[in-house]
Ligand binder design. Structure first.
Ligand code: M6R
Length: 608
């Protein structure tokens, strides 16, 4: 999730300083490199943080306007060459971009054919050359930018600058957020309001398919078909910290709310729905080896391990391949039997969890093919594995993993179709899964629309000292996840159990003071879970149940229900984890706890 900041002003402020200060407040979004351009002083880029970029800036660098960027790598290595801003062949056009241009390869080929020369591997650079190409015909910066944007497929938040009109900036949005700051004799473009707020509280949030043209004294907004848009500015009185949280009280809530976008980002460019196939660029180099793999072992820690448990069910049922899931911290200390026919998959949001990394190193030593399902691009696990799938969930700030899990489960479903279609999965099944995957963002939005009901429920149960979470089959790992989420942010004793195991021990704890969260979606084990709910009620245990929309049987039995849309059983964890995340969030908030920074925990566990 890159960060964009751009400035044009007639107030005598130094654009270089304004931009560097703005980048600092965007660093929370994550970065691997940074860069800045002003028409007066040119461009400087650096791998690493803004502090590294600052060290390279010579005295006297500045100007009246400019664009700046923090990069979170997607296409191309995180190095200086691929850092933004990118330029065209002439050095007249400069661009910063957040998002992924899906048709960049075909555009690049056409442009190369027309004589354009590229300096990086980035999809963004293609855009600068595309505007250059249109400028040759249009002879007008705005028209050229608009024509180029109409050629794109994919997502973008963009700021564009042309040396020929140095005080003019063009911004555009499709899928990646762009905010315009309206100052007095100055205008700003940013990925979120945090770098704008020290200058002005008046902003316009661009909608998808909109383009803004800014000079110090004027701003205009258009649609991609050049139709003018009238938009009343919004006054925001968020503190800079609130702005980073998108106006939410905590990062955790913001990150839960990003679920629909995260699924879209994980799926983007990877689903060939009409063939029931999946394209995973990061696995292309090892596709042949994967076709002859006889066994999969998944390793991870905490929430990432639970994602692996869901992956086991998916891969065995739909790809017909034996899978074992192991806690990374155990795997490295026993003597696992691996060979070249084993694929060892590490799941990790941070890509830096030491136990998971060491498990991968152990796998490599024993000749296994190592793969990563990793969110942090360029992280150690991403670098040390043979191949992998990036989540594209954007940085996760809150210690409790939420959106990363949603993206891990989505990536595992993609991986299942990938391996399955290499084996016995029919085209029809592939089509069914990929079609349903595409419907998940809308279904997640429907769940998030019921946040207020979940908040009421969480408050009702917030004085409980213990909580049991139960589920079966695909929703057994979801129950484990519900428990860890509640534990880690509310410090309440919570246990996740397979519903079938309840009678083998935990049911002894149940009485009217010990509530259970039962996952009872309408799936192949529904009847069994209904029986378990009867058993709980017979012991006076309060029950909150997660059910499929339209279910009435469980509603009659349970004390409270949360309904979620119907989906395929194998994909149901992607929806079902979200109400549990919201439940834990509001539960901890009600207790007045520091939700984003729970005691004794770190976001990335880089020690044993
Ligand atoms: O960065 P990783 O995905 O490797 O982290 C693994 C666990 O430490 C992490 O999922 C942890 O359990 C979370 N705090 C759970 O919310």
């Amino acid at each position: 999730m890159c960060g964009i900041f751009a400035y044009t002003g007639a107030q005598g402020k130094d654009a270089g300083k304004v931009l560097l200060d703005g980048l600092l407040s965007l660093e929370y979004r994550g970065y691997d490199s940074a860069g800045i351009f002003t028409p007066e002083s040119g461009s400087i880029k650096s791998p690493g943080a803004v502090a590294e970029l600052r060290k390279k800036i010579p005295t006297g660098f500045g100007g009246k306007s400019g664009i700046a960027h923090l990069r979170w790598a997607t296409h191309g290595e995180p190095n200086e060459k691929n850092a933004h801003p990118h330029q065209d062949c002439t050095g007249e056009l400069w661009i910063v971009h957040n998002g992924i241009i899906e048709n960049f390869k075909e555009l690049k080929e056409k442009l190369a054919h027309a004589g354009h020369r590229f300096a990086s591997d980035s999809d963004t650079e293609v855009l600068a050359h595309l505007v250059e190409e249109h400028l040759k015909k249009e002879k007008n910066f705005e028209k050229a930018a608009l024509a180029a944007l109409n050629d794109l497929r994919g997502t973008y938040g963009i700021a564009l600058q042309y040396k020929g009109e140095p005080d003019k900036l063009i911004a555009a949005r499709m899928g990646s957020p762009i905010v315009i700051g309206l100052g007095d004799g100055e205008h700003f473009i940013a990925s979120d309001p945090s770098p704008i707020l020290p200058h002005t509280k008046k902003v316009v949030f661009l909608e998808d398919g909109e383009v803004a043209v800014l000079t110090p004294h004027k701003h205009s907004i258009y649609k991609l078909n050049a139709e003018k848009v009238d938009r009343t500015p919004t006054e925001i009185d968020w503190s800079p910290e609130e702005a980073q949280k998108g106006g939410y009280e905590h990062f955790m809530l913001k990150e839960i709310m990003e679920g629909p976008e995260v699924v879209e980002n994980t799926l983007r460019g990877r689903v060939i729905a009409e063939k029931g196939m999946v394209k995973l660029g990061g696995l292309e180099a090892v596709a042949k080896e994967l076709a002859s793999i006889e066994r999969v072992i998944i390793v991870g820690c905490g929430t990432a391990y639970y994602a692996g448990l869901v992956g086991e069910y998916m891969l065995e049922e739909f790809a017909g391949i034996p899978v074992e899931v192991e806690l990374a911290s155990e795997f490295r200390y026993r003597a696992p039997v691996l060979n070249q026919k084993t694929a060892l998959i590490a799941i990790s949001q941070s890509g830096e969890t030491l136990d998971t990394l060491e498990a991968i190193r152990e796998g490599k030593r024993k000749g296994a093919l190592t793969l990563g399902i990793v969110n942090a691009v360029g992280s150690t696990i991403a670098r040390e594995t043979d191949a992998g799938v990036y989540n594209h969930a954007g940085p996760e700030v809150s210690v409790a993993s939420t959106k990363a899990l949603v993206s891990q489960l989505t990536a595992l479903a993609l991986f299942t179709v990938f391996l399955g279609r290499q084996r016995a999965m029919s085209e029809e099944t592939g089509k069914e899964i990929t079609a349903e995957l595409k419907k998940l963002p809308a279904k997640l939005k429907a769940i998030l629309g019921r946040t207020a009901d979940i908040e009421v429920l969480a408050k009702k149960y917030a004085s409980s000292r213990d909580f049991l979470f139960i589920g079966r089959k695909y929703n057994y790992p979801v129950a484990l996840e519900g428990a860890i989420k509640l534990k880690e942010i509310s410090y309440v004793h919570a246990e996740g159990y397979s519903a079938g195991e309840m009678k083998h021990g935990p049911i002894a704890m149940i009485d009217e003071h010990f509530p259970t969260f039962a996952l009872a979606p309408h799936d192949s084990v529904y009847e069994k879970v209904v029986s378990n709910i009867h058993e709980l009620k017979a012991r006076k245990g309060p029950v909150v149940a997660l059910v499929t929309e339209g279910d009435t049987r469980v509603a009659e039995l349970a004390d409270d229900v949360i309904a979620v849309p119907k989906t395929l059983e194998m994909l149901s964890p992607i929806l079902n984890v979200v109400p549990l995340q919201l439940f834990a969030y509001y539960f901890a908030k009600e207790k007045g706890l520091n939700v984003d920074r729970p005691r004794n925990l770190a976001k990335s566990v880089t020690v044993e």
